[in-house]
Design a protein. Structure first.
Length: 212
C-alpha cells in the first residue's frame, strides 16, 4: 500500500507521515530531503542553485546516504531547495528514486508512506490513500519559529512568517508540479490538532475508506 502525504511547510505532514509509517509498519520517505540534499550538495560544490545543468547533474548522482547530511535543515539550504524544486529537469531526475521506494519499500515492508508536495498528484497518482495536510499560516509559522529556536538559530517571528509565505507562493505558483491537493485527497487541517490527534484523524480516514 502507498500512502501519499502532501502539504505546505510546517503543516505537520512530516510528523504525521512518520507516525503513520510507524503505526502501520511501513517504510517512510521524506521527499523534501531529496530536494534539500540536491541544494546542499550544489551549494557545497560552489555552484548556483538556479543553475539547472549543475543541479540536474547532482540529482542524477544522488544516493540514499546523501539524505543523511547534517546540513539539510539549515534555513539557507531550505531556501535553495525551493529554487531547485522549481526545476523540471531536477524533478524528472528524482522521480525514479521516489517511485522505486514507493513500489519496492526497503527491508521488505508491506507499504510506504511518502511525504512531500506532489506525491498524490505526480509521483504516485495510484496511491491507495492521499492526505493533504494543512494549517493556517500563523500556526505553521509559530511551529516553525519554535523549531528553529529549539535548534539554536537566531531568528525573529515576523521573518519566519514572511519566509513561509514566500515559500508557499513559490511552491504553489511554479509551473512544474505546483503544490495542490489531488482531486481524491482527504484534506486534514491540523491548526487545532496536536500530533496524536492528527494521527488519530488519519487512522480514522483509513478506516472510513475501508483500507484498514
Ligand atoms: O518539505 P521541505 O521543506 O523539506 O521541502 C524542501 C523543498 O522541496 C520545498 O521548497 C518544497 C520542495 N518539495 C517539492 O517540491 N516536492 C516534494 N515532493 C517535496 C519537497
Amino acid at each position: 500500500m502507498i500512502i501519499a502525504v502532501d502539504g505546505p511547510v510546517a503543516a505537520g505532514k512530516g510528523t504525521l507521515a512518520r507516525a503513520l509509517a510507524a503505526r502501520l509498519g511501513f517504510a517512510y520517505l521524506d521527499t523534501g530531503s531529496l530536494y534539500r540534499a540536491v541544494a546542499a550538495m550544489t551549494l557545497a560544490a560552489g555552484e548556483a542553485p538556479d543553475d539547472e545543468a549543475a543541479t540536474e547533474a547532482v540529482a542524477r548522482r544522488l544516493t540514499p546516504a546523501d539524505l543523511e547530511r547534517d546540513d539539510l535543515r539549515h534555513e539557507a539550504v531550505g531556501q535553495a531547495a525551493s529554487l531547485v524544486a522549481a526545476q523540471g529537469r531536477v524533478r524528472a531526475a528524482l522521480l525514479d528514486f521516489q517511485r522505486r521506494f514507493a513500489h519496492h519499500p526497503p527491508a521488505g515492508k508491506k507499504g510506504a508512506v511518502l511525504d512531500g508536495r506532489d506525491i498524490g498528484t505526480v509521483v504516485c497518482p495510484d496511491a491507495e490513500l492521499k492526505l493533504f495536510v494543512t494549517a493556517s499560516p500563523d500556526v505553521r509559522a509559530e511551529r516553525r519559529y519554535r523549531e528553529l529556536l529549539a535548534r539554536g538559530e537566531e531568528i525573529i517571528y515576523p521573518r519566519v512568517l514572511q519566509d513561509l509565505k514566500e515559500r508557499d507562493a513559490r511552491d504553489q505558483a511554479r509551473e512544474v508540479a505546483p503544490l495542490r491537493p489531488a482531486e481524491d485527497a482527504a484534506i486534514l487541517d491540523t491548526s487545532e490538532l496536536d500530533a496524536d490527534a492528527a494521527l488519530q484523524a488519519a487512522m480514522q480516514i483509513l478506516q472510513d475508506r475501508g483500507l484498514r
